[in-house]
Design a binder for this molecule. Sequence first.
Ligand code: HGY
Ligand code: MN
Ligand code: MN
Length: 416
Amino acid sequence: MTEPTANMTVDGDRLWDSLMEMARIGPGVAGGNNRQTVTDEDGEGRALFQRWCEAAGCSMGLDQMGNMFARREGSDPEALPVYVGSHLDTQPTGGKYDGVLGVLGGLEILRTLNDLDIRTRHPIVVTNWTNEEGTRFAPAMLASGVFAGVHAQDWAYDREDHDGKKFGDELARIGWKGEEEVGARKMHAFFELHIEQGPILEAEGKDIGVVTHGQGLSWTQVTVTGKESHTGSTPMPMRKNAGLGMARILDKVDEIAWSHKPDAVGAAGHIEVFPNSRNVIPGKAVFTVDFRSPELAVIEDMEARLRKEAQAICDEMGLEVAFEKVGGFDPVTFDEGCVTAVRAAAERLGYSHRDIISGAGHDACWINRVAPTAMVMCPCVDGLSHNEAEEISKAWAKAGADVLLHAVVETARIEG
Ligand code: HGY
Ligand code: MN
Ligand code: MN
């Protein structure tokens, strides 16, 4: 058995060209992408990925949640495969690299092993997880969550988007609902390459983030109910303004997050008022509060204070308030052995690196429950993500894929 050699590196130009070609599917309006889950554009991106994988000699598996599994055979077909991947779906105003770098970085590993005519003992499987973003159908990481046994499949199928369409129906409509049982696959290990989506690596001049942990996430959907009435003729003391109630609650959300500085964060990205008419006092406001922290106790404190403070605000204003937990996962500690393989790969390749906690959620956070898992991160410009201006350098993409290559191949064991 030989070790991965330091000069085994990916073809950075080929990886970049693939990223740019995928970015042409589901373009945004400002240079990024709008390739939301189980839309026709998602279907197109999947088809392109499948063509590339088959051209690289892989067989493609597809499960009942639309998760895709491109398998490169190993010398021991009985050995559990090493999985590597991320997601191809994007935010409505997403970037070209969030998720996509991890899927196409995995494909680049297979292409590189083909070029070098290297056979690993364990098969390698490149994965595209369905609906990581959770923007069209909450929660985030939906399909990897079903795979890890966190969500029931029928519950996932019934998730509805803003127009009342169901996830399962849309998955079938685009023709990507497979036969394979979700979660039946067993993994030797799972690795995910992802952009940092934060400013630390770039600010410190580091090429690689060795992800030791992922912070936990909590999504609480809040519904505030008041009374629609005329914005002109309703006296101020008589108003039951759900929009104002929401505004006061959102100010509290910010205060609660700051009270746990420096690590906790809190905001609402999803906000709706009804009827959303210029001269009607909002009778209803619906919004999702996103709290995150590396510490579970902090998340639980923020959730409890949100409910208490929001109730007090609404009682004082004569409004009704209801809460629904629509997403969340506890802080994650990744597998020591896999994390060490990532760190050793960065050192062998001479890339600067630092340990880091992931601020964003990833499919790896759920897969960590069913297989030894770790993540590799590369910097992104100004730490910006979930924005069409998301940008990385070709060198960062290559560094991340090189480290992923070595960590995956070392774990999959090169045959002598
Ligand atoms: O919300 C997240 O952290 C991920 O980008 N879906
Ligand atoms: Mn992502
Ligand atoms: Mn994302």
